[in-house]
Design a protein. Sequence first.
Length: 468
Amino acid sequence: MSLILDDAERRRANDLLARFLDGYERNLDDTPIVPEIDRDTLQELMHEGFPATGTGVEGFFRDLDERIVPNSTAVSHPRFLAYVLGPPTGIAAYAEAVAATLNQNCNFWQLSPAASVIERTVIGWLASRFGFDQERAGGILTGGGSIATLNALTVALHARRPDFRATGLQAGRAPLVLYTSAEAHRCVDKAAGILGIGLDHVRHIPTDDRLRMRVDLLAEAVRADRAAGLEPFCVVATAGTVTTGSVDPLGEIADLAEAEDLWLHVDGAYGALFVLAEPVAEMFREIRRADSVALDPHKLLFAPLEAGCLLVRDAATLRAAYAYSSSYLTVAQDPLMHDYMDHGPQLSRSFKALKIWAALRTFGTDAFGSALTGMLELAGHLGRRVTAEPGLELMAPVTLTAVCIRLPGLSGPEHTTLLARLAEEGTALLGPAVVGGAHGIRVCITNHRTTRADIDAIVDRLAELSRA
Ligand SMILES: Cc1ncc(COP(=O)(O)O)c(C=O)c1O
């Protein structure tokens, strides 16, 4: 069997794909959010292996219809509100198909000239949203926010210790210390663990009553570490914490970072792209003072997974960490295009920029601003409705679109049971929340398909269950 589809097979594949995409879109609202998992089918999938003679195009689409789609979570469903994950835009599937067809290797420009310029354009546009100087700023698309933060901390280590490439952390100098808040995402610890900074050298600074990093305690911790002979080198602020959406006081942290010569990284994986939403844009203004920022186009630009982004204020810092010369890859430099292998750890890289670029071109930037503003309004509405319901309690102020709610009197495990019940009956897939030690549930609206009616249905049901 050839590995190329002939004309008839291609026509059939086109028809079946079009039918799948169309059916998926039309039936989304009626699809169970969490599938009733068919274990026998999945067991069979796991064990049946691969035929020597293929099942052909029809066989692939049959598997898709009968076994894969019914056992997949409907993350685009309007009441899928459990995680920071949005439904892809309408152009996503088409852009992904084109990217797979072109199969550009976004490592050096000769293998991906248009892709290199498109990635640069996307990075430049994102950098300018935060007021970075486009000439000086740089960045790279990554597999997600966690990888963007891992890359950022790598860059910060190289910036602090110019001989880091040769000596790593083995040069016997004072241990480096990293600061972040108690509400920071686990990816910060994970990066510190991977990079050899060590969790013993990560300080989780307590937060205030709005769950924002306490800058006075940050300053104290830096002072205490210096006095103990350690070397503070980096602070990771969060613009949109994963649990409650709180935004650290970025300006004050930037002041301290400047005074103490700390690299300032902002984890904006959840929240920073709300800079596109006019009503809250100001909240993110001070990001322009950061050395680096992690964003997630696969969250708030609704790109299909995976699409994260690292921005750095000074592109030279990226290259200092990641550019190695390899004789067999060298092609002439071209000022128009970047060799992205010099901006990150990967050599072979997919054309991630296309799905972001395609969506911004197809729908226009205003569409994203309004989608994000709409989600913020829904979160505000949800917060107000919860406050007005006697049986429900808000666990934290609503800053962005993460809304944490508890039913007073219910224990942690009882909230877990409640979540399972809501999912099972099809009301919504929501997530758990722990705020200041209290257990509850979390509604995270990063879904541009969610409507006010969806939110009302969730609150009505919660109120009913709380009365019961
Ligand atoms: C604040 C924050 N940082 C980092 C991440 C991790 O991002 P990713 O899943 O893209 O690696 C998340 C994910 O929700 C997040 O909310």
